[in-house]
Design a protein around this ligand. Structure first.
Ligand code: UDP
Ligand code: MN
Length: 762
């Protein structure tokens, strides 16, 4: 009877709720246990990995080397590898990487999250339970099976007593014996208590219908409790802005279910194609120009080693960082890599900073990227997909993404990346410091063959060589010493690699975004880099932010027009707008054919040139002097007097004609320069051939009869040979008349040998 009484009326409901809740709670505990088991299993696996060591591995040489780190960052040392620029870079734009993995110690270290992941009995594992609104925190001490539950005040929900809890359908267990954990929870939940630093090793968060596991965070520092709670529960609304306050970089790594430590490629380990799948794996390579077969086997939310320099996890960032919209542009991206890219952002970014993830489909042709992708992404409220009706190319696709973004900062990422632990806050911190800082993560290498996550050398900066070819170069030891740099300090970069960076949204538009006249791919990293530096901004690589990227040997998508022509045209636009007279150096490195604008239409540049004027951007010379002084960029190849070896006199241009005179450095009429485009120039006049005569006429880079080949070595050394004649024709001094003629080249005739006062390049 007594029992029945409990089942009557509203009490019946209460009893039901109570029983149901207890059952639910038991499930929770069981789930948490499982995740502990997984963690200890993880540790075993990692130990195993340590013993094995990582096998050495090469990744394909695709031109530009992204040097991998051959050092043990544990000891804080680094070995300078020198500038790897000595490879053939022609026709290679932003390409990876041949890399040698010699990082056994390092990998071992980083598989442990860069620091010891210990099961520390003094620490509690906190299970936060959320139904409609967060209402309770259950603390489960590791060494004690007893479950302790507390009422809590969180995100504006005030729960005063047990009754109120029951009304809200929330389980409340005994308040007895809460002991020290009460303090912990109080610290966590009490608004205004900012002193709390609470480390949590493994946290499980239940939202209405999902369980999220925060796995293996190296540490999750909670400070400013209600704000943190808001973060955990994905609520940007509750975010508080309290400027000036700092916290340690958060090391989040959230997953929807416990990770399987045995999964292929887990922890960024190399994966292997089974014998019987080799044919299939080879067949599928072309889908993405990397090992698509393996990518599909690897979990979309795999763990990767925390490769950050040690100081990073101790670095402080502000509580009031700006929010960001992460923009992925893609065309025909491989399903599993696209998903892994998105998951890595969702799982490793503090939710209150991640305003949204925008996927810009640049008119992909693959079916799976349509409805199937819509359905998959619909489970994530933050992910939006924008479909471009026509193929726009990555530059205009990024602009479309930026136009749709609502975050304060735009973060562009390629669609085949894996963001590492703690990647976002260090980027946003720099933008907060100065909105004109444009910041890039360290781009690490996801091996295209075995999909392993590889570590790159420290102290690398992005540079270019002629003809505007991007590459990496190590900072010199002197520079590091002089600036007392540690491996976690930002690195100023003359140019960015292009695919991955964060920029203040307003600043992006102040800069006129990208030149929308750039097509498909290529050159846009140069354009935005010059624009940023010359118009008042800065580019930095932030070593505490690390993102893996699959460097591919070839573009897996089609270029609507010829690939080479598209890239060349983009580069010519950049050169015309930003390089001033230095553009000649660009054209002279294999791009002479672009000079004739009647043959190559590079499009209208008026708006870009006006933009540069409007923004009062500095000159390219300023850029070279201040940002990239180590680039060898003399404006001309040689200049000064032109000395004729046979006559021992110098060339002079006076009264409209060329002749010889006694050499006199102070006489401006004797000053000539030999340009990158092979002109012999005196002010705006150039030496030209007309039949067998030699005259002066207005300079014009595209006229072959103004082109003189002047070699410092070889057979016709010191000769000035006419370009493009069937017979080699050379400039020769005429002794009798002090005139100058075009004659058949003669290697030993000293009247055909000419020397400049200064040579700037060979
Ligand atoms: N992309 C695009 N449209 C294009 C070309 C490229 O949206 O016409 C995307 C591509 O899917 C990738 C990003 O832009 O996410 C950068 O391209 P890619 O990875 O080929 O450049 P790389 O890393 O080789 O420089
Ligand atoms: Mn890429």
């Amino acid at each position: 009877m007594k029992f029945r009484k409990y089942l009557r009326g509203s009490r019946r409901v209460l009893a039901f709720v109570f029983v149901a809740s207890v059952i639910w709670l038991l499930f929770d505990i069981a789930a948490l246990r499982m995740s502990f088991n997984d963690v200890s299993q993880d540790l075993k696996e990692r130990e195993f990995a340590q013993k094995q060591g990582r096998r050495k591995d090469d990744i394909e040489d695709m031109g530009f080397k992204h040097p991998l780190q051959p050092v043990n960052v544990d000891k804080g040392t680094f070995i300078k590898k020198g500038n790897r620029f000595d490879r053939k870079v022609k026709d290679v734009y932003r390409r990876g990487a041949k890399a040698r993995q010699e990082t056994n110690d390092l990998a071992r270290n980083h598989l442990n999250g860069g620091k010891a992941y210990k099961e520390d009995s003094n620490r509690s594992n906190v299970l936060i339970t959320m139904k409609s609104v967060v209402k309770e925190i259950i603390i489960i001490p590791e060494k004690n099976n007893e479950t302790k539950t507390m009422k809590a005040k969180m995100i504006g929900t005030h729960l005063d007593d047990d009754e109120e809890h029951h009304r809200n359908n929330t389980v409340v267990k005994s308040h007895k014996d809460v002991g020290k954990h009460e303090n912990l929870v109080n610290k966590l939940l009490k608004p205004g208590n900012d002193e709390s630093d609470i480390n949590i090793d493994s946290t499980e968060i239940h939202s209405s219908n999902k369980t999220h596991f925060i796995q293996k965070p190296t540490e999750l520092i909670l400070r400013g409790p209600s704000e943190e709670a808001a973060m955990l529960f994905n609520s940007t609304d509750v975010r508080m802005r309290r400027s000036g306050r700092l916290h340690k970089i958060m090391a989040l790594d959230v997953t929807d279910r416990p990770r399987d430590p045995k999964a292929i490629g887990q922890f960024g380990q190399p994966a292997k194609v089974p014998r019987d799948k080799e044919v299939e794996s080879r067949r599928r390579w072309g889908e993405g120009h990397f090992n698509v077969f393996l990518s599909d086997q690897i979990p979309v939310d795999r763990a990767i080693p925390d490769t950050r320099p040690h100081l990073c996890s101790e670095s402080l960032v502000h509580d009031d960082l700006p929010t960001t919209s992460v923009i992925f542009c893609f065309v025909d991206e491989v399903w599993s890599t696209l998903l892994r890219s998105v998951h890595s952002v969702l799982n490793r970014s503090p939710p209150h900073l991640l305003k949204e993830v925008i996927l810009v489909d640049d008119c992909s042709t693959k079916d799976y990227l349509k409805e199937q992708l819509d359905v998959y992404m619909s489970q994530f409220s933050k992910v939006r997909i924008i479909r471009l009706k026509e193929r726009q190319g990555l530059i205009r696709a990024r602009i479309a993404g930026a136009d749709a973004a609502t975050g304060e900062v735009l973060t562009f990422l390629d669609s085949h990346v894996e963001c590492n632990i703690g990647w976002l806050e260090p980027l946003l911190e720099r933008v907060r410091l100065d909105h004109r800082k444009v910041v890039c993560p360290v781009i690490e290498v996801i091996n295209d063959k075995d999909m392993s996550y590889m570590l790159v050398d420290n102290f690398q900066r992005g540079i270019f060589r002629w003809p505007l070819v991007f590459g990496w170069s190590a900072l010199t030891e002197e520079y590091i010493k002089k600036n007392q740099m540690t491996d976690s300090d930002p690195i100023r970069c003359p140019v960015m690699a292009g695919g991955l960076f964060s920029i203040d949204k307003k600043y992006f538009y102040e800069l006129g975004s990208y030149d929308p006249g750039l097509d498909v791919w290529g050159g846009e990293n140069m354009e935005i880099s010059f624009k940023i530096w010359m118009c008042g901004g800065e580019i930095e690589i932030i070593p505490c932010s690390r993102v893996g990227h699959i460097f591919r040997g070839d573009n897996p998508y089609k270029f609507p027009k010829d690939r080479v022509k598209t890239v060349e045209r983009n580069l010519a636009r950049v050169a015309e707008v930003w390089l001033d007279d230095y553009k000649e150096i660009f054209y002279s490195h294999g791009y002479h054919h672009l000079l004739d604008k009647s043959i190559t239409d590079i499009g209208n540049l008026t708006e870009q040139i006006q933009l540069r004027e409007k923004l009062k951007c500095k000159s390219f010379k300023w850029y070279l002097d201040n940002v990239y002084p180590d680039l060898n960029a003399p404006l001309v190849k040689a200049d000064g007097l032109i000395f004729n070896v046979g006559t021992r006199k110098c060339l002079i241009f006076q009264n409209g004609s060329l002749s010889f005179d006694k050499c006199d450095l102070s006489n401006k009429s004797q000053h000539f320069s030999y340009t990158w485009l092979m002109l012999l120039r005196h002010n705006t006049s150039c030496v030209a051939s007309r039949e067998m005569h030699v005259i002066m006429e207005p300079c014009d880079n595209i006229k072959p009869h103004q082109h003189w080949v002047h070699k410092s070595g070889g057979v016709l050394v010191e000769h000035l040979m006419m370009e493009g004649h069937s017979q080699p024709m050379c400039l020769e001094a005429e002794v009798n008349s002090d005139g100058i003629l075009l004659k058949g080249c003669d290697p030993i005739n000293t009247l055909q040998k000419w020397q400049f006062t200064h040579y700037y390049t060979q």
